[in-house]
Design a protein around this ligand. Structure first.
Ligand code: SF4
Length: 204
């Protein structure tokens, strides 16, 4: 990167640091398919959920765990909190220095793989835009912090995920597979209508 480009990136970073409300559209288009961080997250949780969401069948509603998440954001991290939106979803907070730090606050590590993949996708996207960034997953209830650096292997994985997401979205709906997380999923009735005797005993 030449000096002029570096200067320009620094200027953009400084603007990001002081703007109270920032919106970045982190999206990659593959054919007609729009790939976003949320889709990357759903890809790692459930392919059926990814397909339904991608076809605008949106049954998500705010539940208790979303409300707890909001309380965590607004309370413990109040000082750092800035409204930053990446592809329509709020990034919990960001610190801008020589390297941009993207922070996400999570209640638990239950969706660890999906959370890491989503944050890695944002780092990948920012890198493509010329921003050097690092990610931090904060688990205040567990008193843990996990740093996410984008490795060359991660970039290969993300590119593979993006291609897979494209195929899933353009294909027919993947059959729902029962998993523990189905019990808390807004699509549960849609997927398992008439099978309400199941209480989530399956392993995965
Ligand atoms: S209910 Fe289960 S199978 Fe259906 S979309 Fe949700 S997580 Fe996937």
């Amino acid at each position: 990167m030449n000096e002029g480009v570096i200067r320009e990136r620094k200027r953009e970073l400084n603007e990001l640091a002081v703007e109270p409300e920032i919106s970045l559209n982190a999206e990659v288009f593959l054919d007609s398919v729009r790939i976003t961080g949320v889709k990357v997250n759903y890809y790692h949780i459930c392919k059926t959920k990814l397909w339904l969401f991608s076809h605008n069948i949106n049954l998500e509603k705010e539940n208790d765990s979303v409300a707890i998440g909001k309380m965590l954001h607004e309370d413990r991290y109040k000082k750092n909190y800035k409204n930053i939106t990446i592809d329509g979803i709020s990034i919990d907070f960001m610190k801008a220095g020589t390297i941009l730090e993207i922070h996400e606050i999570k209640k638990s590590k239950k969706m660890d793989e999906a959370d890491k993949a989503q944050l890695s996708f944002y780092l990948y996207y920012l890198k493509k835009k010329g921003f050097e960034a690092t990610g931090v997953l904060n688990y205040p209830l567990l008193n843990k912090v996990e740093r996410i650096e984008l490795s060359p292997e991660d970039e290969i994985d993300i590119e593979r995920d993006i291609e897979d997401i494209r195929k899933i979205v353009l294909g027919s709906i993947p059959s729902p597979q029962r998993k523990k997380i189905c019990l808390k999923c807004a699509y549960q009735e849609f997927c398992f209508c008439g099978e309400n005797s199941w209480k989530g005993d399956d392993k995965n």
